[in-house]
Unconditional design. Sequence first.
Length: 474
Amino acid sequence: MKSIILAGGSGTRLFPLSRQKFPKQFLKFADNETLLQKTVNRNLKAVKNPENIVIITNNDYQFHVKNQLKDILKKYHIILEPVGRNTAPAIALAVKYLIDKLNTQGDEILFISPSDHIISPDNKFIDYIQKAENLAKKGYIVTFGINPNKPETGYGYIEIDRENKIDDNAFKVKQFHEKPSLEMAQKYLLSGNFYWNSGMFAFSIKTILEELQKYMPTIYDLINSGNYEEVVMNFENMPDISIDYAVMEKTDKAVVLPMDITWSDVGSWDSVYEVLDKDQNQNVKIGNILDIDTKNSLIMTDKRLAITVGVEDLIVVETPDVVLIAKRGEGQKIKDVVQILKQNEKTKHITEYHTNVYRPWGSYTELEKGERYRIKRITVLPGEALSLQMHYHRSEHWIVVKGTAKVILEHDGGKKEEIYIHENESIYVPKTTKHRLINPGKIPLEIIEVQAGEYVEEDDIVRFEDKYQRNSLG
């Protein structure tokens, strides 16, 4: 069995009001693992061999994913979607990769899971995966249903056909249901025949290809129109459709494997509230918070002090680019807000622009930007280095705040300098000067970079040497 993990673009939820990732303090839990790392380690218990792990992510997130996984996996497969096209095309692309690149046979079972779920206990979940594998070997498409413990309106539901039992563990699917109203969710809960749709699946390559050919020939034809590289080149022509709509709601091979485990899809602020620790007033507080007579609320800040007085059932989230205030229980409506922002020329940049950017050498966060200046906090991982580059339109000032920087400067006339900059020291890099920033140490290097000039956009980079062999920015 192989594990296909949908991470970013397809599976990892983005920060609700911008394209940046959840800040790391939101993603990390008591054991200091991110959700992606938790998912990989959990799935590894089922598939045993790291080379049976396949991560599919959007091209924008590749460095973020690789940096998270480098300490826990030495060998794994990563597939980069050139554009986001939902779960059905993502899964189809993964199948094409397995067939073309790994010579995987049609009877191989695939376990599909998003990267942003909280699941426990692991050993009980692995037992369910093994049961699903046995069902998938018989030609079924297994969907994992979560036994609901409350009338949740933020999840889709799967109705089982209780009279059509497959074995001691699974039932045929009677119907898929969209996210319900509270009244309808209460009826689902009382019925006992409805389960939350977890978005996880198990099936054989042969079965999913047959069902795509039958119910989604557009996708089937595209993945059979050439080799893997050609399919990637034509990926933007894929329909933007989920595997639920493309196959699961149409096929007669769908079965539900009910699971009685702790599960949360951390895809909304309401679910973030549910999974995090609360104080005596049932508040979740992360950041600099002063709360007075505040109850049942989620309050998170990035930098500013947040003060709440006499409020209940609120979601208050401050990020570098947005402050969100919403009523708890309304978190699913944020997707509507995002659509409104995208349609407005004055606000669409909020949904398109990253304040946190990940690169193979580390990451940077934009702190401030003006007409002729830009300020970043740059983190370079141990042993990594930026490309040898230069800028025509800007100079740069680097101030080291943590670690030691090794700076290479190549001046006109061929003179080359190699300078070590320690904490609380700085260096000036004039425009048109070739330069390279290196972290020679064993801890992350952090610097504050101040760019100044008539043009401070990312495309003012001329790259001469790059250990990561990139042709793009960064």
